[in-house]
Ligand binder design. Structure first.
Ligand code: C2E
Ligand code: MG
Ligand code: MG
Length: 640
């Protein structure tokens, strides 16, 4: 607080304690030598000077008084200002005795604790310590630390407000001492409940899955580490189980994400309800859940748990009006046999889960080394497939398609093979699925298309009768943005007439968004490329698309042909497909024809285009050149 000084300027330095005589002396000295001045004049002048000085001094006193009054006013104003600052501060301010009894506080402080006014606070709160939710001894620990350092900033504590609501506050406290003795504490306090809640939420999200409320992968691994440490200490065992809701993405795609979310939540609840109080359930991936059984006797105990889990999850799910059943293979690993760290335990459980997925029997398996070896083999196979193209290990064989009436080859289906360095020739059924799931089908398919077109052109250039080549196209390839451009550029670079290229599509291709499909198919028709539907009738698509999408040919799959004439149903289906194709003005071809009986039946149904071992297995390009040169297949003569 500053003091206001009187602002008068006296004729002499009155302020410095100068006397009236001094003022007179000053006047004298100002007048120079008294001898030189006439006496009355000097007298008059002296009196006048003395009067003036008095007057000045009085003025000055007056001004000092005014100024003092003013400064008193200012003092009062400043005090009012400070009081209002204290009272109206947005942050809580408090004073308390060393024992914690409140002495003074402002409105904000009262408000933080749910009191209407400081007065109400002072009346109802006997001790600040009673407001804080804390461990015993905490209050004293704070006190000691404040006393030692004279202040403490950022004390965060959970408190209980007047209504009992729990809140979080942050306080800065300092000690006030008199003659070295602590007389009180004073400080500020703010409500940080919102910030704490946000922090808790972030903390929750870091360790828990927001959808199911279960621990996430991070927390699961921590818990598994802990469970293993305890088992190690007790010389016991613990088990980790991993399970996946199979084909979850299909459910998500076909029924929508809301149904998918409900499925995850209900599955989580069922899993959580299966374990005992000590088991820990987590969501460790999109549709993957994991369980820790912290204390098991042996693998058998974990298997019994897996059985119960399968029973519960085997019950149909009723979700937003949809009834769904879900397969969920379970893999089990046991500590210490199948892993000595969380990572290895989970890897083992994963291998066991994949094994359970392939073995449709019990639906769960305990990890074995043999599974590991099989998995390793699979990984090697996949790596080999990645390199197959660059190592030139893929090759094509061609299977003739024959017209029964003329005995001529009317088409050649290109079929891919993989010459594996260790396994020998691998058929496509063993690697196309893998190529599709890994995306390798795109470069492989491109290679097949280019090689087949180049070969067809080469035969034509050799002067052999031109025959269309049929190339199988995977749904994944067909949906690729650049597929149409690829076909166009391959036709261009090989110089083959588009009418000599037939693309064989599966019915699953036609399940793609109808508008997109329509435009792709139209574009191929405009290009002049032929389109066939392979293995017709084995997929899930509706017949309606046949009218909408103008393909050229239906191929009756081997599954319908192989049991003719023994299977009447297959005969009925084959007949129906042939009739429908004719009615829709489409060509029809029967695949997988091996016997005279099958041939005879197809002939009676007027299906004259045939492909199958009866005439020829798929053969190498050189042998095909030979057959084309002859212009017909040797067995066609017998058949016709
Ligand atoms: P697909 O396109 O239906 O090919 C016909 C399959 O039936 C071929 O098997 C062929 O060898 C076999 N087959 C033909 N006639 C007979 C017969 O009389 N008896 C028996 N038992 N089998 C016969 P392959 O070559 O093993 O091909 C299997 C499947 O692999 C093909 O079925 C096709 O879906 C797929 N595939 C083959 N090459 C390719 C390719 O380059 N790309 C794609 N995406 N898939 C391919
Ligand atoms: Mg085919
Ligand atoms: Mg086929």
């Amino acid at each position: 607080m500053h003091s206001t000084k009187p602002s008068c300027a006296p004729p002499v330095a009155l302020e410095a304690g100068a006397s009236f005589e001094a003022a007179q002396d000053h006047a004298r000295s100002e007048a120079g030598s008294t001898a030189a001045v006439p006496r009355p004049f000097v007298e008059r002048r002296r009196r006048r000077t003395a009067d003036a000085s008095w007057q000045d001094a009085l003025d000055c006193l007056q001004r000092s008084l005014v100024s003092l009054e003013k400064s008193n006013g200012e003092l009062t104003a400043a005090e009012t200002q400070y009081r209002s600052m204290f009272e109206e501060a947005l942050v809580g301010i408090f004073q308390m005795t060393p024992e914690g009894r409140p002495l003074q506080l402002n409105r904000a402080m009262a408000r933080i604790f749910g009191y209407e006014s400081p007065a109400q606070f002072l009346a109802e709160v006997a001790n600040h310590a009673s407001l804080v939710v804390m461990e015993p001894g905490q209050w004293n620990a704070w006190k000691t630390s404040i006393d030692q350092t004279n202040q403490r900033r950022g004390i965060e504590a959970q408190v209980r407000s007047r209504s009992g609501e729990k809140k979080w506050v942050r306080a800065n406290v300092r000690v006030v001492r008199e003659e070295g003795r602590v007389v009180r504490y004073e400080g500020t306090c703010e409500d940080i409940t919102d910030r704490k809640r946000a922090e808790d939420r972030n903390q929750f999200l870091a360790y828990y899955d927001a959808l199911t409320g279960l621990p996430n992968r991070t927390l699961f691994y921590q818990r598994l580490d802990e469970a293993m440490a305890t088992a190690r200490w007790k010389n016991g065992r613990c088990a980790a189980l991993l399970l996946e809701l199979e084909r979850f993405h299909v459910i998500n795609d076909s029924f929508g994400e809301r149904v998918g979310d409900h499925l995850l939540v209900e599955a989580a609840q069922r899993i959580a309800a299966t374990g005992g109080a000590t088991s820990i359930v987590a969501r460790v991936g999109g549709a993957e859940f994991a369980v820790i059984l912290p204390n098991v006797e042996d693998a058998g105990e974990a298997e019994r748990y897996a059985e119960r889990l399968r029973e519960r999850l085997g019950v149909e799910f009723s979700l937003l009006g949809n009834v769904l059943s879900v397969q969920c293979p379970i893999g089990i690993s046991v500590f210490p046999e199948h892993g000595r760290d969380a990572e290895t335990m989970m890897k083992s459980a994963d291998v066991a889960m994949r094994a359970a997925q392939e073995d449709s029997g019990r639906g769960y398996s305990v990890f074995t080394e043999a599974m590991n070896a099989a998995m390793l083999e699979k990984v090697n196979f996949e790596n080999g497939l990645r390199l197959a193209l660059s190592r030139d290990e893929l090759f094509l064989v061609y299977q003739p398609q024959v017209d029964l009436r003329t005995g001529t080859v009317i088409g050649l289906e290109a079929l891919v093979r993989w010459r594996h360095p260790q396994l020998g020739v691998v058929p496509p059924v063993k690697f196309i699925g893998l190529a599709e799931s890994t995306g390798l089908i795109v470069p492989i398919g491109e290679w097949v298309l280019r090689t087949a077109c180049r070969q067809a052109k080469q035969w034509q250039d050799e002067g052999l009768p031109p025959v269309p080549v049929a190339v199988n196209v995977s749904a994944i390839q067909f949906r690729q943005q650049g597929f149409r451009d690829l076909v166009r550029s391959v036709l261009h670079e090989t110089g083959i007439n588009p009418k000599y290229l037939e693309l064989e599509l599966t019915e699953s291709v036609l399940l793609t968004n109808a508008d997109v499909m329509f435009s792709i198919i139209e574009e191929f028709r405009d290009m002049g490329v032929m389109l066939a539907i392979d293995d017709f009738g084995t997929g899930y698509s509706s017949l309606g698309y046949l009218k909408q999408f103008k393909v050229n040919r239906l191929k009756i799959g081997r599954s319908f042909v192989q049991d003719i004439p023994a299977n009447r149903d297959d005969m009925a289906i084959t007949t129906a497909i042939i009739r429908m194709a004719k009615a829709l003005n489409l060509s029809v071809l029967a695949e997988g024809v091996e016997t005279e009986d099958q041939l005879a039946f197809l002939r009676t149904q007027q299906c004259y285009t045939i492909q199958g071992f009866y005439f020829s297995k798929p053969i190498a390009a050189e042998q095909i050149g030979e057959r084309l040169r002859l212009g017909f297949l040797p067995r066609t003569r017998r058949a016709s």
